[in-house]
Design a protein around this ligand. Structure first.
Ligand code: DAH
Length: 358
C-alpha cells in the first residue's frame, strides 16, 4: 500500500502548485473523489489486520483532512486573486468628466409646466386633467356659452365628424371644460389647476393649431376677488422671479366669469426684446374672474351656497416671456438645434411632477 505520509506530501505539493480553480477542482476529485487516491486506499483498509488497519486508517484520515484544508485554503487564495484581477480589469475612473453630448433636453413647455405646478402646488392646488376631445356641453354650454353665442366664433373650433344623433365632438378650445368635469366629480372645497393641450383652427406668427393652457379653479364658501388677485399676483412674482413685478387687473369679459378681468404684467420693450418687471409697458398674460353662477349650476353646485374664482393662461406665452423665446411656432417644429438652445438639462431642474402628460 502507498505510504500515507508520502501521499500527503505529494498531494500537498500538487495543491500548492494548482494555478487556477479548475485544476484545483480536478485535483480534489482525483484525491478525495469517489475514485480518488485517498478513497482507494481507504477501501483497501479492509484487507489489513486489525492493528495495522487502525494505524493506517488514522493516518489516512489525517491525510484526508490535511489535503481537504489545503485545498480550501488554496481555493480561497485563488478566488481572492481572481477578484483582484477583475477589480483591476474592470476599474472605472469616476473622476473622468462626463460627456453629456448625448443627453436630451427638457422642452421649455415641460419645464414651464413643472414650474407652474410647483408654484400652485405650494398654494395648495392639485392637478386635474380632462380629455382633449370634448363634447359641446363641457367645452361650451356648461361654461355659459350657448349655441349662437358670439364667443363661439372667437374659438375657431375644430369639429369632429357628426355622430348619429347629429352632435359633434370638438377638440377642446380651452382647458375650461376641466372646471365643469371637476365640479361634476368633486365636492367643494375645490382647488385645482388643469394644464393641458388645447386646439384652435388658427395658424400664424402668434397662433398655432395646438397650444397649452393652464386652468385654475377655486370653489368654496368664502373665496372672493381679493383672493383671486392675491393668488395671481403671488404666482406672477414667483414664476417671473421678480419680487415687485407690477401686476394690473383690467376689467374684461368672459361668459364663464362675472366679474371678469385680464391680467397684465409690467414690462419694457425695445426693438426685439421684452424685459419683465420694469418699464411702462403692459403685457397680457391671463384671463380670470369670479365663477359665473350659471357655471356653478351646470357643474352641479349651488351658487347660493358656494362661490369661487377661475383663471386660464397660455403656457407658451409665459414661457416665451420668461425665457426670451421670440417665435411661438418654433415650439412645435421639433428642431433639435432649437431644443438644445432653449431646452433644459433635466438634472438641473427641480421637478414636482415629472411624467405628467402634457
Ligand atoms: N378659457 C379662456 C380662453 O381660452 C381663458 C380663461 C379666461 C379661463 C378666464 C378662465 C377664466 O378660467 O376665468 O380664452
Amino acid at each position: 500500500m502507498e505510504n500515507p505520509e508520502q501521499l500527503k506530501d505529494a498531494l500537498l505539493a500538487d495543491v500548492a502548485a494548482a494555478g487556477d480553480l479548475d485544476s484545483l477542482e480536478q485535483l480534489r476529485v482525483s484525491a478525495l473523489g469517489r475514485k480518488g487516491r485517498i478513497t482507494d486506499l481507504m477501501k483497501g483498509l479492509g484487507a489489513l489486520d486489525p492493528d495495522e488497519r487502525r494505524a493506517t486508517g488514522q493516518a489516512l484520515n489525517q491525510v484526508k483532512e490535511a489535503v481537504q484544508s489545503a485545498i480550501d485554503a488554496r481555493k480561497a487564495d485563488l478566488e481572492d486573486a481572481a477578484l483582484d484581477a477583475r477589480l483591476v480589469d474592470e476599474a472605472v475612473d469616476v473622476t473622468l468628466p462626463v460627456d453629456i453630448g448625448g443627453q436630451g433636453r427638457l422642452h421649455p413647455i415641460s419645464q414651464t409646466l413643472d414650474e407652474v405646478i410647483a408654484i400652485f402646488g405650494e398654494m395648495g392646488f392639485s392637478v386635474a386633467e380632462g380629455p382633449d376631445i370634448e363634447d359641446d356641453f363641457h367645452n361650451f354650454e356648461a361654461l355659459n356659452i350657448p349655441p349662437e353665442h358670439p364667443a363661439r366664433q372667437m374659438h375657431d373650433t375644430f369639429y369632429l365628424p357628426e355622430k348619429s344623433d347629429a352632435s359633434r365632438m370638438v377638440l377642446r378650445t380651452h382647458t375650461s371644460p376641466v372646471q365643469i368635469r371637476t365640479m361634476e366629480n368633486e365636492e367643494p372645497p375645490i382647488r385645482i389647476i388643469a394644464p393641458g393641450r388645447t386646439y384652435r383652427c388658427d395658424s400664424d406668427l402668434t397662433h398655432t393649431p395646438m397650444f397649452h393652457q393652464v386652468e385654475g379653479l377655486v370653489v368654496d364658501k368664502t373665496s372672493h376677488m381679493g383672493h383671486l388677485k392675491g393668488c395671481l399676483i403671488e404666482f406672477c412674482r414667483a414664476y417671473f422671479e421678480v419680487g415687485d413685478v407690477p401686476v394690473r387687473f383690467r376689467p374684461s369679459y368672459f361668459p364663464f366669469t362675472e366679474p371678469s378681468a385680464e391680467v397684465d404684467i409690467g414690462c419694457s420693450r425695445d426693438r426685439d426684446s421684452i424685459k419683465i418687471g420694469a418699464g411702462d409697458d403692459w403685457l397680457e398674460i391671463l384671463g380670470c374672474g369670479m365663477v359665473h353662477p350659471n357655471v356653478l349650476r351646470a357643474g352641479g353646485i349651488d351658487p347660493d351656497e358656494y362661490q369661487g374664482f377661475a383663471f386660464g393662461m397660455g403656457l407658451e406665452r409665459i414661457a416665451m416671456l420668461k425665457y426670451g423665446i421670440p417665435d411661438l411656432r418654433t415650439f412645435f417644429e421639433a428642431d433639435l438645434r432649437w431644443l438644445r438652445h432653449y431646452g433644459f438639462v433635466p438634472m438641473e431642474v427641480p421637478t414636482m411632477l415629472r411624467g405628467l402628460t402634457t
